[in-house]
Design a protein around this ligand. Structure first.
Ligand code: NZQ
Ligand code: ZN
Length: 387
């Protein structure tokens, strides 16, 4: 096992009815800015519930954080916070709202002249942030219990990630009933995003870390078990929603990634596809991952065999046949969740490959993967195999 630090300070308040706990979780004297996405939090009644729980604390609302949140919109919130003197932020939404709030919290008191530098430095220049909590409405990203965020600069066409010890939520309220209003497409996205987060920290090379491996395999098996049920259920089933929510949180709160190599090339290539073509985050991962696993089948061989056997029950055939079968089962799982796994499924052809590779180079994504061997030429092969 590799050396590691593990410190996760986020308090999770999990379960039905927990929004009422905001009354205790938010400091009594806080002046709160609630930040939401489009219309969903208002329409579903979650926003009203949040406001009620805040009681007589001073609060206001910032609307309009878009999916794949933008630097431009986030900076409008920064202005509102500075002008209004807010000292506590409350994100109500999915990964996009939470990521934006992390960036906003860090940007409010950022000392440099242009807060985009936070993204250019991956967050290493963050020296402090406003405290913030979250009310999660879409289980997928794990943002509710980690310190990372991804922000898009629309004018630059760049989608970059950052993280800092200062950008963990103080608390996150996880009420599975708040997911009942999710469209099927977002549920499927959540399952696939959490699945790929787990894979990126598991399917690398063995370092004799059986606890992390078996946690990861447990999350993958849970998602495979509940994914199709979540889509087929005529009415939401509490336990399945609760298990999706906790699986997605556990997939990216640092636990399964502690002490093991991590890949993340699928995410980095996927971010470029979202920035250039607006494809939902999880869908970009479903395009890239099967092609990447096939391209990297030699360096990932031992873990691919373990994954095939323990997650999919593949125990017969030559090693090569077993690896091929494991990759195909992964692709079939994504497709069974209604998510297409080829660029052509999103109207993209060979001409899209050049621009994605050029953007990877422009963003310094030239040595990706756990072995740092995924150069632009390898990314190109992966994208061509995903046509
Ligand atoms: O904007 P509103 O109207 O709120 O609607 C949202 C949005 O359109 C809707 N929605 C959310 N909760 C709902 C709901 N609709 C009905 N009922 C509810 N309860 O869902 C749509 C998508 O929301 P979004 O927050 O964009 O989705 P997701 O949670 O998948 O977040 C995606 C973003 O997270 C980043 C992605 O890159 C992307 O920008 N990621 C963040 C990570 C992290 N911080 O650790 C890791 C991930 O790998 C990922 O990169
Ligand atoms: Zn993701």
């Amino acid at each position: 096992m590799l050396n590691f630090d593990f410190h996760n300070p986020t308090h999770i308040a999990f379960g039905q009815g927990r929004i009422a706990d905001l009354a205790k979780l938010v400091p009594a004297t806080a002046k709160v800015l609630i930040l939401v996405g489009g219309a969903s939090a208002e329409k579903t009644g979650t926003l009203a519930e949040v406001r009620a729980a805040l009681g007589d604390r001073q609060h206001a609302t910032f609307n309009g954080i878009e999916p794949n949140p933008s630097f431009e919109t986030s900076m409008r919130a920064v202005v509102q916070i500075r002008e209004g003197g807010f000292d506590f932020l409350l994100a109500v939404g999915g990964g996009s709202v939470i990521d934006a709030v992390k960036f906003i919290a860090a940007a409010v008191n950022f000392e440099g002249s242009d807060p985009w530098a936070i993204l250019e430095k991956g967050g290493r220049n963050i020296t402090g942030a406003l405290p913030f909590g979250t009310v999660l409405t879409l289980p997928a990203t794990g943002s509710e219990m980690n310190n990372g965020g991804v922000i898009t600069h629309r004018a630059k066409g760049a989608k970059l990630a950052f993280g800092s010890k200062h950008t963990y939520p103080v608390f996150s309220v996880l009420d599975p009933t708040k997911t009942y209003t999710l469209p099927t497409q977002q549920l499927a996205n959540g399952v696939v995003d959490a699945f790929v987060h787990t894979v990126e920290q598991y399917l690398t090379y063995p370092v004799n870390a059986p606890v992390q491996d078996r946690f990861a395999e447990g999350i993958l098996q849970t998602l495979i078990e509940i994914g199709p049920r979540l889509l087929a259920a005529p009415e939401p089933v509490y336990d399945d929603r609760a298990n999706l929510m906790w699986a997605a949180t556990m997939a990216l709160n640092g636990l399964i990634g502690a002490g093991v190599p991590q890949d993340w090339a699928t995410h980095m290539i996927g971010h470029e596809l979202t920035a250039l073509h607006g494809i939902d985050h999880a869908r970009t991962l479903a395009i890239v991952l099967p092609a990447l696993l096939n391209e990297r089948r030699v360096p990932k061989r031992d873990k691919l065999l373990q994954y095939g056997e323990r997650v999919w029950g593949i125990t017969t055939g030559t090693h090569d046949e077993r690896i091929t079968a494991a990759i195909e089962r992964t692709r079939d799982f994504f497709e069974s969740m209604g998510i297409r796994t080829r660029l052509s499924g999103y109207g993209l052809g060979a001409d899209a490959v050049d621009t994605v590779v050029a953007q990877l180079e422009a963003h310094g994504m030239v040595k990706l993967g756990e072995q740092r061997e995924i150069t632009p030429a390898v990314s190109r092969r992966i994208l061509e195999a995903a046509l």
